[in-house]
Structure formats: structure tokens, C-alpha cells
Design a protein around this ligand. Structure first.
Ligand code: 3H9
Length: 697
């Protein structure tokens, strides 16, 4: 008997195989078994053709990623593709939804392909750390040519039916039900006497200088190996007979499957989806969300307003004076102008958003009907409290009152209102219409449906929303502050900001911490240091060179000078020649003789500091799960996706070694390097952060 994952039906002399493995018809064990059986049964039943299509929202969206890393079971996908292609029957695939990865490879192994106009296709394997492993690197160049195959396979990008038709990836595009259009096309093929048409028998493109392409793709990948490895697969298609090319593809695929990067990227894939699904919010309905208010139209407030407008919300922006309101409008219009230029909105859409959906006001009363209001004013507790008292007075009952503070105590802010249950932190990252991360900060009295509303807003805006508890800096900035301190300590002891930045971009960070500090504005960290100074533990090593820079009015990119000097019109800076003397002076004050640091030591210390603080954040319940920390660092702090996040990285390199290193570092600075209790427990029990993720889901 055939497994249910593939339905079988005979319509005259056409056998119909229907994938029914919701939600995305992933090609798991049952589906593969069903396909093998289905082809055999069609041949036995005397059919002349086979039509393959997907039930529900899509054709196959790829191999079942949940099976990766587990022992293989049943027929492998390349064998199924071979079986389909070599069948004596004419095989047709009808595509709708997203035909991705192994799904598209199944279609390429079919003899003819038809798609609905809305169908999306792609070979996104490199994005999850592998490469096409069921003939994609061998068949796509034969069908679409070398340039298109290189582009599509190394970028992993999706493409639509129109492009697919132009490239020859599909033979026909017809609107309608995938089963009906597929059947009509198959009948037409049979009636016209069309023969089997195996792509493997088509000529391959001529070989080119693949070493140069490999090098260029490797460089572009910033340390990610899958796109470059896929180039070698395409090379094999051009240089070897089909069967040998398939073997080479398989070897390369297996190499990547065994890599840490594959583990990191798949962790990122699933965590990205798990992060917004909090067990505590199951069954909790969000409040209504149609109109929001934003207080403060600076860079942050304007970015939040832009993001809200683009997600279909009406926005009332409150500013202090008509001039400030006009300036805020200018910022929002300029952001939306960018969206218009990139084709994200039309000219008519731009006009609707700026003229109808956006209202500017200087009067709090304008906020009386909004469903949610986000305060993005100056980062000062007294200022925030004044704002919240006014919001409490004017907002309608049930309105969500949110603060965009990045460090301050949300409980203290909530306490000045008569409705602390409605108060929440919504911490956006600048520029808020671009950055994907949103920390949803849940205070002691925040009501569950207010939390759910925060997540609903994040979803509407296309953000990756992470739940965080209240502490100084929440998840992200608290961890940032620790690893930045670790970097500052290494500078005191002998490293330079430039070596540190280079070592960390070498690790895969988009930018090093000092380039990031220049971008964010050095005055922000300066203000935080001043705020924390009165309560600082005397055992803490506090560098002063960052203050010297700020005292000279050098706040980074916005003043043209910080750790780097920025020439007008250029994004990347060159090292600021004044900085080494400031560092030397600081070392002299502290009586430190500088020593050499290797890049490896820099990365190790930096990562140990990050993991240790992250483990404290999880242990204290500020982050619910390790994956919440991982997604925060990935989407807000430029952590390399292919390493999965700091805690996934820690699991991969080994918690025992990390704890041992922390204990060694603690010999010189026991205050900074206090091991996280959670890390000690996990090591003692032989468990991992991922075990905690699994227990929490
Ligand atoms: C491959 O094919 C290798 C081959 O070349 C060679 C093999 C030998 N497997 O994203 P959504 C789950 S590699 C298992 O929320 P959307 C997903 O986790 C594969 N599960 O929906 C989620 O589960 P839950 C190449 C999968 O509409 C649910 O389905 N293919 C898979 O926003 C809904 O997903 C890819 O890389 C999978 N392949 O987007 C495609 N895909 O509800 C990866 C999804 O429990 N997938 N799930 O959270 C995607 O890009 C998007 O999921 C897709 C739908 C566009 C399909």
C-alpha cells in the first residue's frame, strides 16, 4: 500500500501523483517513498504519462530540512529524480506556490514543466549551508545556461514564472488550478506525440575559468563556503559527463552537509520561525491594531513611523514644535522616497502614505484614538516619565503604551501610569525601517494580550521579534556592552581597535565593534558610562580612552571622526591617527605594559565574553530560550548567520572548552570573568544550549 503523502489517481492514460504533505510538501521520507511507488504503479497500470503536482499551497518546497544531520532513510532524492527522468512515460510537473530546492530539482527531472503565473522557483540550498544535491547543479546549466545557473545557484534567490519561462526553466505559464492546467498540458503533449525529454541528455555549457569564479564567490560570501562550493558543482556539469557530474555534486553536497556552517544556518532557519512563537502566548489574542502614534520624529521615530506606514498602519506623529514636526515629515518622506526608488511602493502609494496615512501634530490630544503609541524621545528617565503621564491622561482605555528605550527600566516608566498592564517596551534598531530586529520588552505588569499585540505589530512590520525581560540593555545591548568591554580591556592590554575590528570581520561579523561604535555614535556609549558611573563596582576595569575621544567632540561618523576618520562621500573610514596616543596615555595611567594579541586570541576572548553574558541573560530569564539570544545577535548586531548565533556557536565549539577558558581569563580579572551559573550547570550535566531550546518548544 502506498503512503498517504502522495495521492494516486488514473485519469484515462495519465497517472496523477498529488503531493499531500502540508504545510509545504517537503520531500520527507513518506513523500519520497510515495513518489517511487507512484511512478512504478503508473508504469504497471499502463499509463502513458505522469502528472506531478502539489496539493494545498505549493508544489514541493524542497527536501525535508528536519531530516538533515540524521541517518538517511529510504530512497534518496537524487535517485527519485533519476527514476522520474528515466521512466519510459512522459512526466510532467505542474508548479504553483514555491518550487524550491529539491522541489525544483524534481521539476527539472520531469520531462516538461508548466507553472501558474504566481509560482516562485529557486535553488536556495546555499542559504541553509548546502547546495543543490539532486541534480540542480547539473540540470539547471543545461536548461538555463551557465550565467543564469551561476547567478541562481550561488545567490539562492527566488525567481518568478515569467523569468523561469524566459530562461527555459518552465515550458509554459498558464493561470488556473495546478491539477487542471497540468492535465490539459499533459493531454496536449500526448495528443501531439511529444516524447520524453530528459534534461540530462541535453548538451552542457562549455567550461570557463571556474577557479576565478570560485575565488570571487568565496570572497563575496564573507567566509560562507556553500555558494563557492556550489560553483564546483556547476563546473562539474560543464566538464564531466552527466553521471560523473552527479557523483561530484553528491560528494560536494555531503561535504557541506557535514559542515558546522550547515548546522548554524539551519539553526538560524528554524529559530527565525520559532522566535515569535512563545508558548505563553498560545491562545492569547492581540488587541486591535489599525492606527498608531509615534512620539518624537528624530531618526528613530521617523524610522518607526516609516516602517508602520509601509505595513499599512495609520500613523500620528507627535513633535514638540511645528518646525520639528516639519523636519520629522521630511525624514519620513525621505525614507519613503527610498522605498519608492527601490520599487517597494508606487508613486500613488507614496502619496497615499504621506498625505492620508500620516498625520503630524504637536498636541497630545491627537493621540486619543490610536490603538498603540510608541515613544521615541530622548533617552532620559525623567523625560520618558513626563511623556507617559501625558499618554496616560489622553490615550483611550486599552491603548498599548510602548517605550522605545534601549536601556531604561520599563517597570519604572510603567509605574507613573494608572495602567501599567498596558505598558511595554518596543525596542527598535536604527534605522528602524531597515533593521529587522524588534525586542519586545515585557515588564512585570505587562498584560499577556499587550505582549501579543507587540508581536502582532512586529509581524505586520516584517520584523524578527524577540521577547526580552527588563534589565539594563535588555538582551542585545546588555550582551553588547559586555563584549565591547572585553574588547576595550584587550586594547588596554595591547591590542588596537583596528586589529580587533579586522579579527572580528575575519570571524564573519559584518563590522567590527569600533566601526559599529562610530556608526551608532560614540556619545551614546558615553552617556551610558556616565549614567552607570555612580553605581560602578570598584573592581571593574574602566578604560578612559573612549571618553577622551568624546570629550574632543568626536562622536564617530556623524562628526566625521571617531575611531576612524571619514572622508565626505565615503562610507568606510581610515584609522584616526589621534587614537593610539589616547590609548597609550590610558595604559600609562594604569601602569600597563602592552602585549601582543593574536587574531585567534581576540576572537576567543570576545566570543567567550559574549557567550558568558548570553548565558547569564538566559539563566536569569531575560531571554526565554538560547535561540532568542541567537536571533537577537543575528538580526540586530551583525553576527554571522552561518555561525547560527553565539550560543549555537558555543554548542558547536564545545561548552567545556569555553568555560575552561573563562576560568583561565578570570585569573587576571576575576570581576569581569565571572562564569555564568547556567554555563557551569550545562557543562556539569553534559548538556547544550540547544537542549534548552528543545525543552522550551
Ligand atoms: C534541499 O532541497 C536539498 C536538495 O537540493 C538535495 C537533497 C538531497 N523542510 O517559512 P514558513 C516548515 S534543501 C522542513 O513559516 P512561508 C517551516 O519550518 C531545502 N520544513 O512559511 C514552518 O514550520 P512551522 C531547500 C519546512 O509561507 C512551515 O514549514 N528548500 C521546510 O513563510 C511553514 O514555513 C528551502 O530551503 C523544509 N524544506 O514560507 C525552502 N520549509 O509551521 C525553505 C518550510 O512548524 N523554506 N518548512 O514553523 C522556505 O523558504 C519557506 O518555508 C517557504 C514558505 C517559502 C517554503
Amino acid at each position: 500500500m502506498m503512503p498517504d503523502a502522495i495521492g494516486y489517481e488514473l485519469d484515462g492514460d495519465i497517472a496523477i501523483l498529488k503531493a499531500q504533505n502540508p504545510p509545504v510538501n517537503a520531500l520527507g521520507y513518506d513523500v519520497r517513498m510515495g513518489l517511487m511507488d507512484g511512478i512504478a504503479r503508473a508504469e504497471k497500470d499502463g499509463a502513458r504519462a505522469v502528472l506531478i503536482y502539489g496539493d494545498g499551497r505549493t508544489y514541493f518546497a524542497g527536501a525535508d530540512i528536519r531530516e538533515f544531520g540524521k541517518p538517511p532513510r529510504g530512497p534518496a532524492l537524487p535517485d527519485i529524480c533519476d527514476r522520474i527522468e528515466s521512466s519510459p512515460l512522459v512526466v510532467v510537473s505542474s508548479l504553483h506556490g514555491t518550487a524550491l530546492g529539491g522541489g525544483l530539482e524534481m521539476a527539472l527531472a520531469s520531462h516538461y514543466r508548466i507553472a501558474v503565473p504566481s509560482a516562485r522557483m529557486g535553488l536556495p540550498e546555499v542559504l541553509i549551508g548546502v547546495m543543490p544535491g539532486a541534480g540542480g547543479t547539473q540540470r539547471l546549466p543545461r536548461l538555463a545556461g551557465l550565467d543564469a545557473a551561476l547567478d541562481l545557484i550561488t545567490s539562492g534567490r527566488q525567481f518568478g514564472a515569467k523569468e523561469a519561462l524566459e530562461l527555459g526553466v518552465v515550458d509554459r505559464v498558464v493561470d488556473g488550478d495546478p491539477r487542471e492546467i497540468g492535465l490539459a498540458y499533459t493531454r496536449e503533449l500526448l495528443e501531439s506525440g511529444a516524447k520524453r525529454r530528459p534534461v540530462s541528455e541535453m548538451p552542457a555549457p562549455a567550461p570557463v575559468d571556474f577557479d576565478a569564479i570560485y575565488d570571487a564567490v568565496l570572497k563575496k560570501g564573507r567566509g560562507q563556503i556553500s555558494p563557492a562550493t556550489a560553483v564546483r558543482g556547476i563546473q562539474a556539469a560543464c566538464e564531466l559527463p552527466f553521471a560523473d557530474g552527479m557523483k561530484r555534486e553528491r560528494e560536494l553536497f555531503r561535504e557541506l552537509m557535514a559542515s558546522d556552517q550547515r548546522e548554524g544556518l539551519i539553526h538560524a532557519f528554524f529559530s527565525e520561525r520559532a522566535v515569535g512563537k512563545l508558548p505563553e502566548l498560545k491562545g492569547v489574542e492581540p488587541r486591535d491594531l489599525a492606527a498608531i502614534g509615534v512620539i518624537g520624529g528624530g531618526t528613530m521615530g521617523a524610522g518607526i513611523a516609516t516602517s508602520a506606514l509601509l505595513s499599512g498602519l495609520n500613523v500620528t506623529m507627535l513633535e514638540m514644535t511645528p518646525e520639528a514636526a516639519e523636519a520629522a515629515r521630511g525624514r519620513i518622506e525621505s525614507n519613503l522616497g527610498g522605498a519608492l526608488k527601490r520599487g517597494k511602493i508606487t508613486q500613488a502609494g507614496f502619496e497615499d502614505l504621506t498625505q492620508k496615512a500620516l498625520v503630524l501634530s504637536t498636541d497630545y490630544a491627537a493621540l486619543k484614538d490610536v490603538d498603540l503609541v510608541i515613544e521615541a524621545v530622548f533617552e532620559d528617565m525623567d523625560v520618558k516619565k513626563t511623556v507617559f503621564k501625558q499618554l496616560d491622561a489622553v490615550c483611550k482605555p486599552g491603548a498599548v503604551l510602548a517605550t522605545n528605550t534601549s536601556y531604561l527600566d520599563v517597570n519604572e516608566i510603567a509605574a507613573v501610569t494608572s495602567r501599567p498592564g498596558d505598558v511595554i517596551g518596543l525596542h527598535f534598531f536604527s534605522p528602524a525601517h531597515v533593521m529587522k530586529l524588534l525586542e519586545i520588552v515585557v515588564a512585570d505588569k505587562t498584560a499577556p494580550d499587550v505582549v501579543a499585540t507587540g508581536f502582532a505589530l512586529g509581524k505586520k512590520m516584517g520584523k524578527i521579534s524577540v521577547r526580552a525581560g527588563v534589565c539594563d540593555g535588555f538582551i542585545g545591548n546588555r550582551i553588547l556592552s559586555t563584549y565591547r568591554t572585553c574588547a576595550d580591556h584587550m586594547i588596554l592590554d595591547g591590542a588596537s581597535p583596528y586589529q580587533i575590528d579586522k579579527a572580528l570581520t575575519g570571524f564573519g561579523f559584518a563590522m567590527g565593534p569600533y566601526a559599529v561604535a562610530d556608526l551608532a555614535g560614540l556619545d551614546i556609549g558615553w552617556a551610558v558610562r556616565k549614567r552607570l558611573a555612580p553605581t560602578r563596582d570598584p573592581r571593574e576595569r574602566v578604560p578612559t580612552f573612549p571618553d577622551r575621544l568624546c570629550e574632543g567632540g568626536n562622536y564617530g561618523q556623524k562628526t566625521g571622526k571617531g575611531y576612524y576618520v571619514y572622508e565626505a562621500g565615503k562610507r568606510a573610514g581610515v584609522p584616526n591617527p589621534d587614537v593610539p596616543a589616547m590609548i597609550d596615555a590610558n595604559r600609562a595611567e594604569l601602569g600597563i605594559t602592552p602585549r601582543d594579541f593574536s587574531d585567534e586570541e581576540i576572537v576567543r576572548r570576545y566570543m567567550c565574553a559574549m557567550v558568558n553574558e548570553a548565558a547569564k541573560v538566559v539563566g536569569e530569564g531575560i531571554a526565554r530560550r538560547p535561540l532568542d539570544v541567537d536571533m537577537t545577535l543575528l538580526f540586530g548586531y551583525g553576527f554571522p548567520r552561518y555561525r547560527g548565533g553565539p550560543l549555537k556557536w558555543a554548542d558547536i565549539v564545545g561548552l567545556k572548552g569555553i568555560l575552561a577558558d573563562i576560568k583561565t581569563f578570570a585569573k587576571d580579572d576575576p570581576y569581569f570573568w565571572q562564569p555564568a551559573p547556567l554555563l557551569e550547570t550545562l557543562v556539569a550535566d553534559g548538556r547544550s544550549f540547544d537542549d534548552l531550546n528543545k525543552e522550551a518548544s
